[in-house]
Design a protein around this ligand. Structure first.
Ligand code: FMN
Length: 176
């Protein structure tokens, strides 16, 4: 299976990218191909809202967006990876999520597999509520098959992150 992973952390060696690497290790061991697009360090800009794409065509912007959409449409699964910023995904990842608009219909028709990896500093019952609800709705809206959501709480730094999340990320990769 071809998997496209979209990462949204400015920390290349932070907790979300650490879990992303464990996911990739698991997925590759299970025989899948994984390609990563780093939304935090790529050439990517927010949706203009111009609607020139008509939700069914190329975006007018000359950045990485169209290329990422092409990769997404060629993939069997998409994995979203993000730190929790104010109870939601990071702006870096949201920038790419909004750009899905240009191919909304094509994406929905694919009924792709999808997964989420999110990390947060806090470890309480509230911290993942917003992001989980948001991705539940996005997955439903885009007809994604939910293959798992790893919501790592108390994971502000690699040092403080409970080790079980590394195993869970690896398992998510093998089972997607
Ligand atoms: C702008 C910003 C907003 C944040 N908002 C939250 C939050 O709402 N709840 C929380 O627990 N942690 C919050 N954090 C902390 C990060 O979610 C946390 O440190 C995360 O694990 C960092 O992941 P990374 O190392 O992969 O970037 C925030 C951090 C930043 C920079």
């Amino acid at each position: 299976m071809n998997i496209l992973m979209l990462t949204g952390s400015p920390h290349k060696n932070g907790t979300s990218n650490t879990l992303a690497r464990e996911f990739i290790r698991g997925a590759r061991e299970a025989g899948h191909q994984v390609e990563v697009y780093d939304c935090a360090h790529g050439n990517l800009h927010p949706c203009y809202g111009c609607d020139r794409c008509g939700m069914n065509g190329d975006c007018v912007q000359k950045d990485d967006g169209n290329e990422v959409l092409k990769k997404l449409l060629a993939a069997d699964a998409v994995v979203f990876v993000t730190p929790v910023y104010y109870f939601g995904m990071s702006a870096q990842l949201k920038t790419m999520v909004d750009r899905l608009y240009a191919r909304n219909g094509d994406i929905t028709r694919k009924r792709m597999k999808a997964a989420l990896i999110a990390t947060a500093w806090n470890d309480d019952d509230t911290v993942m509520k917003g992001i989980k609800t948001h991705f539940d709705i996005i997955f439903d809206y885009l007809a994604f098959q939910n293959r798992g959501m790893l919501l790592a709480r108390g994971a502000g730094t690699v040092g403080m992150m409970p080790k079980r999340y590394l195993d869970e990320a690896y398992a998510l990769g093998t089972n997607i």
